[in-house]
Design a protein around this ligand. Structure first.
Ligand code: 9D3
Length: 254
């Protein structure tokens, strides 16, 4: 069964348009994944198709009404595989990361609730939401881009989504590290040469250089990733070499 998402959103066109392109577009075309949309406006009963209302207690902004959302979530759930979780994308949620993406990719899918305005009525969250995820500590104007981020991160992990060489290589080598620097032709551009090791054909030397650069960059820019992941003996040696060459303090042995 394809990885199945249903996105509950006031802007189904925003979601649909994005999904036409690139790796995700191709995966959907090939049937590896499925994304449906459900618009809560289609579950209103008044002439204005009202989905929001003023907050109890006063204050600025509007709140999404629980009724149309509950009906939309039920319709979304009915289309999705049995048992998939309802995930509310919200700035108050648990951080969404690569681990969550990998688990989701290996699951039947999810119903993703994208909010607008100040958010959704809390009673709807308590009654109908299983999980709440944030994509980072910055303020967005709605949950659609986060829903697309979640779909992108999960779908590209599906077997066959990337092409086999890319995925196979990605798994083992330099996992949990930032990427190494990339270069293409010309060999010299505006007086800057490509690192000599890459232009030579020594594949073992190239692999060693890439791992060393990935380790060095990660240690400089995101040292907490190194602490979290740990280092093999070979990696520790390469990183010590990088730090010595860059006059940087290496990580302390633990
Ligand atoms: C009173 C402050 N509000 C706005 C300034 C809070 C607020 C309401 C609605 C903040 C963000 C949003 C809309 N954001 C999302 O729907 C959202 C989100 C995000 O803003 N950051 C990171 N992850 C996510 S997931 C959904």
């Amino acid at each position: 069964m394809p990885l199945h998402f249903e996105v509950v959103t006031l802007f189904p066109e925003l979601v649909r348009q994005h999904l036409r392109f690139g790796v995700v577009g191709r995966a959907l075309e090939r049937g590896l994944a499925w994304v449906g949309t459900v618009d809560p406006r289609d579950f209103t009963h008044d002439v204005h198709r009202t989905v929001d209302d003023r907050p109890y207690g006063g204050g600025p902004g509007m709140v999404m009404k629980p009724g149309p959302l509950a009906a939309a979530l039920e319709a979304a759930r009915a289309r999705a595989p049995a048992g998939v979780p309802v995930v509310y994308l919200s700035a108050q949620g648990r951080p969404f990361g690569q681990g969550t993406a990998a688990r989701l990719s290996a699951s039947p899918g999810a119903v993703l609730l994208a909010g607008r305005y100040e958010g959704v009525d809390q009673r709807l969250v308590e009654a109908a939401v299983d999980e709440e995820w944030s994509i980072g500590d910055y303020v967005l104007s709605g949950g659609e881009l986060p829903a697309l981020v979640v779909i992108d991160a999960a779908v590209r992990l599906l077997p066959g989504a990337l092409g086999d060489e890319a995925s196979a290589a990605q798994e083992s080598f330099a996992e949990g590290l930032l990427d190494w620097p990339h270069y293409t032709r010309p060999e010299t551009w505006q007086g800057r040469a490509v690192p000599a090791v890459l232009a030579g054909g020594n594949h073992a030397a190239i692999a060693r250089w890439r791992l060393k650069e990935a380790l060095g960059r990660t240690w400089r820019r995101r040292p907490e990733l190194i602490e979290r992941r740990g280092l093999s003996e070979e990696e520790r040696g390469l990183l010590e070499e990088y730090c010595a060459e860059a006059s940087l303090a290496p990580p302390r042995r633990v």
